[in-house]
Write a protein that binds this ligand. Structure first.
Ligand SMILES: [Zn+2]
Length: 433
């Protein structure tokens, strides 16, 4: 049980994180009623804090809250949009902070607008603790190995210092920079999983699905140590989940969170997404025929995010789950708002339609549909061969009959498809209003 020894070394190094994890684990032993009561208290406290300690919220909430009114009707408070965070970042900071302890982070810009924000060490330790709690739903225990596939440019084989190796060993966590990849790299990564024998795999859905496809096609045996695959940051499609579950022989857990508000929800063994009500307050509001998720971080006192329109859609679900978790359930919308194609006649077409358009075609390595003009869809393809004229006219005809009769399809053959700033891949992008 060498992992127990490693874990106690790791725990000593990160006392705050594991203290927070203990609290979070305690919270999931509460009843739903107790959790919701705690959530209401935390919500009032964070609104009070933001109103009294940040110039931005003080001004924004003055009409609703008056001069420090205590009756907080959250539904009366205005929504916080990304543009406001971009414009008023510094005014959202709480007063009396030692600015030297702050760092800045950036979101991926999945809606085309990267948001920069401040955070401190406490927030990052709480984020890690929250992630550990989610991992534990798979059967993983603190101290067991995790292998991450992230978008950072970092070379797996590159030399690393002795102290970094010792740290990695104690943390039992490795990160592979999976910003771009070739078949050779997929081959190396599969080999690395076999030798490293992680208990968890974590990364972007597109990367893990590509790796899974390679593993299945080449009949590579994966170690039985893997208990769970955590998919994060991108929309997880059903076909990606199937590939991963086949390749790695374990359950895939869909995590929901962002860099500015981590740990919003996570999927349990029974396939339901549970909302972490001890970390966030989640609302689903209907605008433009869409259930938009509006999220409040209950823990971020450095730069509060309250009623934040995060750019995703989804809704809360009633009832309880067979897994026994007291956390309420939610359902994610299958896409981000600007992944939906909107036609001239006012029709909305969901990304899965376009994703399935290419079903059965061989030789396609990567693709992306982009709507830059109302009546034009551009398909960028990374492919070993060009599509035949028969296939092209079939695709064109299908789009004209099923999407819009004026819609023109243009195909570009490209060498690579650029990921967003954070390394995310998007299959469908709408750049029109
Ligand atoms: Zn559940």
């Amino acid at each position: 049980m060498i992992y127990l020894l490693k874990h106690s070394l790791h725990r000593n190094r990160h006392r705050e994180r594991f203290g927070l994890l203990d609290e979070l684990l305690h919270n999931q032993t509460l009843t739903r009623e107790q959790l919701l009561g705690k959530q209401q208290k935390d919500l009032s406290a964070i609104i009070d804090h933001a109103f009294n300690n940040t110039p931005y919220y003080h001004e924004k909430y003055a009409p609703a809250l008056g001069n420090g009114a205590n009756e907080h009707a959250v539904s009366r408070l205005p929504i916080l949009h990304k543009d406001e965070v971009i414009q008023h970042r510094d005014e959202m900071l709480a007063r009396d902070l030692d600015r030297r302890t702050l760092r800045t982070g950036n979101t991926g810009g999945s809606t085309g607008k990267p948001v920069s924000f401040y955070y401190d060490n406490h927030k990052s330790e709480l984020m890690r603790a929250g992630m550990c709690r989610s991992y534990m739903w798979s059967g993983w225990k603190p101290g067991q190995k995790i292998l991450n596939f992230w978008g950072a440019r970092q070379d797996l084989k590159g030399g690393s210092s002795f102290s970094k190796k010792v740290n990695d060993y104690i943390a039992a966590e490795k990160t592979i920079g999976a910003y771009e990849y070739t078949d050779t790299q997929l081959h190396d990564w599969a080999g690395y999983i076999r030798s490293y024998k992680p208990v968890l795999l974590q990364g972007y859905a597109t990367i893990l699905a590509e790796l899974a496809r390679y593993i299945i096609e080449n009949r590579i045996r994966m170690p039985e140590t893997v208990l769970g695959v955590f998919s994060t940051a991108e929309v997880l499609y059903g076909w990606q989940r199937e590939l991963m579950e086949r390749a790695f022989g374990c359950k895939v857990f869909n995590q929901y969170g962002s860099r500015e508000i981590p740990n919003i929800a996570c999927e349990c063994r029974h396939g339901n997404q549970h909302v972490f009500t001890d970390m966030v307050y989640l609302e689903s509001l209907s605008f433009n025929n869409e259930d938009r998720l509006v999220i409040t971080s209950l823990t971020n006192r450095v730069m509060p995010f309250i009623r934040y329109d995060i750019g995703d859609s989804g809704r809360l679900k009633e009832g309880g789950c067979a897994c026994g978790s007291p956390f309420p359930m939610m359902e994610m919308g299958l896409c981000r708002s600007n992944d939906i194609i909107r036609t001239g006649s006012g029709k909305s077409v969901y990304p899965s339609y376009f994703i399935h358009l290419l079903d059965g075609l061989t030789g396609i390595k990567q693709y992306q549909f982009i709507q830059d003009e109302t009546d034009k869809i551009t398909l960028n393809l990374v492919s070993s061969s060009r599509l035949s004229s028969g296939i092209l006219s079939a695709l064109d005809g299908k789009i004209r009959t099923e999407v819009d009769e004026n819609m023109v399809l243009e195909v570009n053959y490209v060498d690579e498809i650029k990921r967003t700033v954070s390394g995310k891949h998007r299959f469908v992008i709408r750049n029109t209003a």
